[in-house]
Design a protein around this ligand. Structure first.
Ligand SMILES: NC(=O)c1ccc[n+]([C@@H]2O[C@H](COP(=O)([O-])OP(=O)(O)OC[C@H]3O[C@@H](n4cnc5c(N)ncnc54)[C@H](OP(=O)(O)O)[C@@H]3O)[C@@H](O)[C@H]2O)c1
Length: 306
């Protein structure tokens, strides 16, 4: 089991921290002594997660803050509040996500929900938090992708999937966008000589709420769990599935631009390893184009002062 090195004195921000890999990451970071911001869209769920962690680590420094990744105004409020407090951020985990709503759904800003939540929200959040990240010593941004990124395609002519919505294709696009984002941020850090590491991770196939939460959006009657459909695939528990992200964010061996995931069968389970970036993500020109499109869509750019 990967042991998070001491995080005493560090501030870590975790999105989607009330459930699944986000909650587990918050728990392990808090256990290693970090101050952790649980960035959640539902404050009650965030408070419950906080209580569970505090029960295990009574001295844990955990703060629950509201962040709806599918609402750029919420992202701005969250980042502005932290900016006013002016505390450097050592670790940002871009983890929150939604998978495969059965019909095309839109974010508060009118973007396809998965593209908005998984990618655009994290894009805007990271750029808005860059000054606080760069104020820390050796900050890290680790972005959660997925093995689905390997079959994703960035459809620049229909990014919002308005013409033809297929739940998995839209999910795969959003997760490929996450991976391209992490890589482009790594490149920018190198070009601009920032002391910032950006890498990406995926959890293989980990038992969390992900597979039911999205699939049930907009349904009156809950759908049978899609875990049933995937029962022949090897799956792992959340403690193991969170490790690639924790490794990317906290290991002294983690590197800028790297991608971490499980090393077991089909990359679905097992201990963490450096994984090959899928062919779909080996296109720096696509990453740069996507970055500039995201700047246009979110209205957020790298602050000129940096
Ligand atoms: N589990 C896997 O096998 C697997 C595989 C590949 C990639 N991933 C990725 O791993 C990450 C974590 O997912 P998980 O497996 O831990 O699933 P999960 O248990 O469903 O957790 C997802 C988290 O994201 C939050 N979230 C969803 N929409 C949000 C929004 N608009 N604003 C803020 N937070 C939002 C959820 O909050 P609520 O509780 O309020 O909905 C929840 O806290 C995701 O990026 C997912 O794509 C997971």
């Amino acid at each position: 089991m990967y042991r998070v090195p001491t995080q005493e004195g560090k501030l870590c921000v975790v999105t989607g921290a009330n459930s699944g890999t986000g909650k587990e990451a918050a728990r392990r970071l808090a256990g290693a002594g970090a101050n952790v911001v649980l960035a959640v869209r539902n404050l009650d769920k965030g408070a419950t997660a906080r209580e569970e962690i505090v029960e295990e680590f009574p001295a844990a420094a955990l703060e629950v803050r509201e962040l709806d990744l599918a609402d750029l105004a919420s992202v701005e409020r969250f980042a502005t509040a932290l900016t006013h407090e002016n505390v450097p951020i050592d670790v940002l985990l871009n983890n929150g996500g939604v998978m495969m709503p059965p019909t095309r759904m839109a974010s508060a800003d009118g973007f396809e929900l998965q593209f908005a939540t998984n990618f655009l929200g994290h894009f805007a959040l990271t750029l808005r938090l860059l000054p606080l990240l760069l104020a820390a010593a050796g900050p890290t941004v680790t972005t959660m992708s997925s093995s689905a990124a390997a079959v994703g395609r960035i459809k620049f002519d229909d990014l919002q999937r308005q013409r033809h919505y297929r739940p998995f294709a839209a999910y795969a696009q959003s997760k490929l966008a996450d991976l391209l984002f992490a890589q482009h941020l790594a490149l920018l850090a190198t070009e601009r000589d920032w002391d910032l590491m950006s890498n990406a991770a995926h959890p293989g196939y980990t038992r969390t709420n992900l597979f039911d939460a999205g699939a049930n959006l907009g349904r009156k009657k809950p759908k049978r769990s899609i875990f049933g459909d995937l029962r022949y695939l090897p799956a792992q528990e959340v403690a193991q599935g969170t490790e690639p992200m924790l490794f990317g964010a906290t290991s002294p061996d983690a590197t800028n631009g790297a991608y971490y995931g499980p090393r077991g069968p089909m990359g679905l389970t097992g201990p963490t390893t450096l994984v090959r970036t899928p062919r779909s993500a080996r296109h720096p020109e696509v990453a740069a184009r996507l970055w500039s499109v995201a700047e246009g869509l979110t209205g957020v750019t790298v602050p000129a002062s940096l």
